[in-house]
Ligand binder design. Structure first.
Ligand code: M6R
Length: 613
């Protein structure tokens, strides 16, 4: 979690860093701060709360200089107050650090430093790092050497940037493990460092990503990368094709609303370059897969967290239906603890918007350790989950800023659908006619999404009716069962209303006891193979006095007579229906949260990328 930005060049670093931090506020917004080298002295401005408070502080106490570092925090160790805000200074005031990650051995390091006379001013684990650097600097008089030695002492995963008034012509940045990325961007006579690209893409697209166990010394003219043992490394630089405008809110009230609407485009963007229209085939060159190899797969594990996990659950049904390869979907935070049965004919497929989620990366490592083929479906270009996989499908949906994931839920379903068709084609489990039909169905998705969004006004009115509820049940069945989970997750994370998603058939095994006039039940009931069973669910809830909101297919004449509210979706083939049924649920959660006056893009206690275990 946490966002980091740093700058060294000829311009005033402060506004560049503060603007970069604003783009990273989705990573954490408990506190924010900057440190700038002004007249060869480190000046720190930091405060609890959002970046707007930091801006006010800087306006009252301006600071300018051509080298600086900044941080926006999601608290792990220590309360979200001013004292614990980054940057953290060394005791002599000559070294300053911003840090992303957790020092797992910080208690023992703290004891060691206390015994040597260190005085701690915060409750953070980060302070141990800056004091260690200070200690090693006193001996080596070399900032990169001191950072190198410190990185060897700290356990856990880290990304950090260090600045010293004793070496004003450089910044030192390092990465260990998977606590978020470190991206170094080259400008003309200036260099940028950030944990995430949105902070710096408006300045540069020439990006180098540090790998775990690497350190870089960054000056105005360029940078050098080395291992933590000091061996020089020739880094790879990539050109990032990213439109900075897509990281702006535009005319929408919130990023979440913009991203919900962007799905019409993102659903087609994710198909770009993957459909061969000459013979209606899926092409996924980045999977590096031969037909022989595709025939050897015996099992696929899909692993992910949160919303990405729900996309994986939908993918399971699609892949199993088309390829007959058994698919297991596993919460990434559990994968490495349950000794999964993985061998050389197993694929471990990770799904992640950020590509930096610590648990997902750890699950990938477990898959690698056990000899699986490792694939990822990832949005953030150049992220760890993209780099460490044997094959990857980029979501291609542009930056997703709202903490509640929306377009990065529907795009991977399309990617999983394309993957299923691709594998089925290579393995010969579908005919050419079937393949063509499947692709024709897929190509309808953006138009159908657009039709679904036309009903936003009705969803907004339904939200007004239910905004004061305390709790809600979401029910789905078959391929739409994960959409019940996803709808409930959206509601709870941005509106703080308790919600549970359930497979509809489980209702009678317990949850139905909850149903009364105060517990609305949202039933996902499109016209599909499970329609009649969902009608029974509606009847059962109504018989117990429950209020029912149904997601139903346009033209359905039965459901409106049975329920209290209908959220409409257009008629669609069943394999793509979850992409559409999820849209009204995203809108429903969004409008409830906005009507409650809540901070939709930055809900309490959450961060966009969860880079700690
Ligand atoms: O970046 P990732 O897709 O790996 O993130 C996974 C989850 O943390 C994420 O989907 C989270 O559940 C969202 N807040 C859901 O809206």
């Amino acid at each position: 979690m946490c966002g980091i930005v740093a700058y060294i060049g000829e311009q005033n670093a402060t506004p560049i860093i503060v603007n970069g931090l604003k783009k990273l506020e989705y990573r954490g917004y408990d506190s924010a701060g900057v440190a700038v080298l002004q007249d060869n002295r480190i000046e720190v401005r930091r405060d609890a709360g959002k970046i707007a408070r930091l801006e006010a502080l800087i306006a009252a106490q301006p600071v300018r200089g051509m080298v600086g570092i900044g941080h926006t925090r999601w608290a792990t160790h220590g309360a979200p107050n001013q004292q614990n805000a980054h940057p953290h200074l060394s005791s002599n005031g000559e070294i300053v650090i911003v840090h992303n990650g957790i020092v797992e051995n910080y208690l023992s390091l703290r004891d060691e430093l206390l015994a040597e006379g260190a005085v701690f001013h915060s409750e953070t684990d980060t302070e141990t790092i800056v004091y260690l650097i200070e200690r090693y600097y006193a001996v080596s008089q070399n900032l990169s050497k001191a950072v190198q030695l410190t990185m060897k002492r700290v356990k856990g995963a880290h990304g950090l940037v260090v600045m010293s008034s004793r070496e004003p012509d450089r910044l030192v940045t390092a990465r260990l493990g998977n606590a978020g990325g470190v991206a170094i961007g080259r400008g003309a006579g200036e260099m940028f460092i950030a944990s995430d690209l949105p902070a710096i893409v408006e300045h540069t697209r020439e990006i180098t990503f540090l790998e775990s166990g690497q350190l870089a010394v960054v000056s105005r003219a360029g940078f050098e990368v080395q291992t933590l043992d000091g061996a020089k490394i020739q880094p790879k630089t990539q050109h990032i094709p990213w439109d900075p405008v897509s990281a702006e809110k535009g005319s929408y009230r919130h990023f979440m609303q913009k991203e919900i609407h962007e799905q019409v485009r993102s659903l087609s963007d994710t198909m770009i370059g993957r459909i061969d229209f000459d013979d209606y085939r899926v092409v996924l060159p980045d999977l590096n897969l031969s037909s022989e190899r595709a025939k050897q797969f015996r099992r696929i594990f899909i692993t992910a967290c949160g919303t990405a996990l729900h996309a994986g659950m939908v993918g399971k049904t699609i892949i199993e239906h088309l390829t007959r390869i058994p698919v297991e979907v596993m919460v990434a935070s559990e994968f490495r603890y349950i000794d999964p049965i993985v061998d050389a004919n197993t694929v471990v497929l990770a799904i992640s918007q950020s590509g930096e989620t610590a648990d997902t990366l750890a699950a990938m490592e477990e898959g690698r350790r056990k000899g699986a083929t490792l694939w990822s479906i990832v949005n953030a270009i150049g992220s760890q989950a993209m780099r460490s996989a044997d094959g990857t499908i980029a979501m291609q949906v542009g930056p997703e800023i709202g903490v509640a994931s929306t377009k990065a839920f529907t795009a991977p379903i399309v990617d999983l659908y394309m993957l299923a068709v691709y594998l089925a084609d290579l393995r010969g489990s579908i005919t050419a006619e079937k393949r063509i039909d499947l692709i024709r169905d897929l190509l309808k998705v953006p138009t159908l999404a657009s039709k679904t969004l036309e009903h936003e006004g009705e969803v907004e009115r339904a939200a007004a009716r239910y905004k004061d509820i305390r709790s809600m049940l979401y029910l789905g069945r078959g391929i739409n069962m994960p959409i019940a989970y996803e709808g409930a997750l959206k509601l709870k994370e941005i509106s703080y209303i308790h919600a549970e998603g359930y497979p509809a058939g489980e209702m009678k095994h317990g949850p139905i006891a909850l149903v009364d006039k105060d517990l609305p039940v949202l039933v996902i009931a499109p016209k599909d193979a499970w329609y009649e069973k969902m009608i029974s669910q509606i009847e059962q809830a109504k018989a117990r006095g429950g209020q029912v909101i149904a997601v139903a297919t346009a033209g359905d004449t039965l459901i409106p007579d049975l329920v209290d509210e209908v959220l409409w979706v257009p008629e669609a083939p069943w394999l793509i229906s979850p992409i559409l049924t999820t849209i009204p649920l995203q809108l429903f959660a969004y409008h409830i949260a906005t009507q409650l006056g809540l901070d939709v893009d930055q809900p309490r206690n959450l961060a966009k990328s969860v880079t700690v275990e």
